[in-house]
Write a protein that binds this ligand. Structure first.
Ligand SMILES: NC(=O)C1=CN([C@@H]2O[C@H](COP(=O)(O)OP(=O)(O)OC[C@H]3O[C@@H](n4cnc5c(N)ncnc54)[C@H](OP(=O)(O)O)[C@@H]3O)[C@@H](O)[C@H]2O)C=CC1
Ligand SMILES: O=C(O)CCC(=O)C(=O)O
Ligand SMILES: [Mg+2]
Length: 430
């Protein structure tokens, strides 16, 4: 493999994929990016927990062959590049990777490396499960009622980063085009506006919604909710809702009942018929596909969380929703995530939170989010026994009230431990 800077891995074998199914050797090569800020602390903790769980679960028969690749500050300081091509080449080849958070400056400077990795590898699903661990301090009365799995579209939307800076000749050109060729009259301050573009496509929506439905069917979940702001952004978020319902009815006709079907029955035969049809679908165990407008959703996840299960949403909504839901179950210190292309088999596992720079190098923050992202990775590899060991250890360690600062400050009688110590406790509780 032609690397410019990287040495080839010295041990392990590549994971391969056939028809979307991974073939995982006993010593898979897994590239990792340590990350910026608190990344090195949480990565070290994560690596030790994953290694120990794999060793315990398989008596040394299986072992991850870690392979360091570089992005962010470590890559820039070493090679003068923020996201070296070698890193992309390695992840393309070895398919499954894990990363710590990477810094994105606000208002200027480089564009997000996290987003670039998702785009370059076309990791179209950002999967963020949100569940409660007994004993975690939460701002709500019933955090245990939250059990949702977010499917956030990961390649489109305003998040794609297509935008032009105020005052630039490019933005003037775009504004001129919009005003003079497209008849747009609504740019309130054209002389001082920056402009961003929000692409949302039928293909992009369909593949995301299909992934959410497949997941819900495989995991016996009760509903998939399309979360959108389609009343206002009709041809992007509204289209997301319409295409979502269309693909559900077209490709899963026997397995789902949609609120679009409900509305059509109501219009033709009345509300009783629509209610009967939905009750019948539920009795038959069909998956309900429904939708909600994003702002209403954000208040309903607090007031009626049990009504939501699998969530399919656009990129920016998904970003906000995943932090909001994480807070409900105790914060982003424990919220895992994965970026996946179910067709090519490429996946990068990463925490929901960022680099938390004020805690960098202090061995302080909660490594739970990256560790649980690693658990998602083990599940993705089919190494369920190792994953299960970590889930159980996480549950036990938290209910023993041995926790990092973020939980300790909200818990009575907690023993506050460092990031690395929390990992040690997980290992001894396995
Ligand atoms: N995927 C990625 O790599 C992501 C990268 N980022 C990037 O990270 C940088 C910082 O972003 P910022 O908005 O400050 O968000 P962060 O998520 O980095 O931090 C915000 C706050 O969340 C809490 N927090 C974060 N991580 C942990 C943890 N492991 N354990 C406990 N608490 C934690 C801390 O709260 P408190 O102060 O209350 O203790 C922290 O101050 C930005 O450059 C951003 O672009 C952001 C999100 C994702
Ligand atoms: O890329 C970044 O810096 C932020 C990304 C982010 O917040 C997320 O994906 O949740
Ligand atoms: Mg975010």
């Amino acid at each position: 493999m032609p690397f410019k800077h990287l040495e080839a891995p010295v041990k392990g074998e590549p994971i391969t994929v056939q028809n979307g199914v991974l073939n995982v050797p006993d010593q898979p090569i897994i590239p990792f990016i340590e990350g910026d800020g608190t990344g090195p602390d949480i990565w070290a903790a994560t690596k030790s927990v994953l290694d120990e769980a794999v060793k315990k679960a398989y008596n040394g028969k299986r072992e991850i062959a870690w392979y360091e690749v570089y992005a962010g500050e470590k890559a820039y300081n070493g090679w003068g590049e923020w996201l070296p091509e070698d890193t992309l080449t390695a992840i393309r080849k070895y398919l499954v990777a894990i990363k710590g958070p990477l810094t994105t400056p606000v208002g200027g400077g480089i564009r997000s490396l996290n987003v670039a990795l998702r785009q370059e590898l076309d990791l179209y699903v950002c999967l963020r499960p949100v569940r409660y661990f007994e004993g975690v301090p939460s701002p709500v009365k019933h955090p245990e009622k939250v059990d949702m799995v977010i499917f956030r579209e990961n390649s489109e939307d305003i998040y794609a980063g297509i935008e032009w800076e105020y005052g630039s000749k490019e933005v003037k050109k775009v504004i001129d085009f919009l005003q003079n060729e497209m008849g747009v009259k609504k740019i309130r301050f054209p002389e001082t506006a920056g402009i961003g573009i929000k692409p949302v496509s039928k293909e992009g929506t369909e593949r995301l919604v299909k992934a959410a439905i497949e997941y819900a069917l495989q995991h016996n979940r009760s509903s998939v909710t399309l979360v959108h702001k389609g009343n206002i952004m009709k041809f992007t978020e509204g289209a997301f809702k319409n295409w979502g319902y269309e693909v559900a009815e077209r490709d899963y006709a026997d397995q789902v009942f949609t609120w679009a079907q409900y509305d059509r029955i109501k219009e033709e035969y009345g509300i009783d018929a629509a209610n009967d049809a939905q009750a019948k679908a539920e009795a038959e165990g069909k998956l309900i596909v429904k939708d909600v407008i994003a702002d209403a959703f954000l208040q309903q996840i607090l007031t009626r969380p049990t009504e939501y299960d699998v969530i399919a949403t656009l990129n920016l909504n998904g970003d906000y929703i995943s932090d909001a839901l994480a807070a409900q179950v105790g914060g982003i210190g424990i919220a895992p995530g994965a970026n996946i292309n179910y067709i090519t088999g490429h996946a990068i596992f990463e925490a929901t939170h960022g680099t938390a720079p004020k805690y960098a190098g202090m061995d302080k923050v909660n490594p739970g989010s990256l560790i649980l992202s690693g658990v998602l990775m083990l599940e993705h590899l089919g190494w369920r026994e190792a994953a299960e060991l970590i889930y159980k250890a996480m549950g036990n360690t938290i209910s023993n009230k041995t926790v990092t600062y973020d939980f300790a400050r909200l818990m009575d009688g907690a023993t506050q431990v460092k990031c690395s110590e929390f990992a040690d406790h997980l290992i001894s509780n396995m």
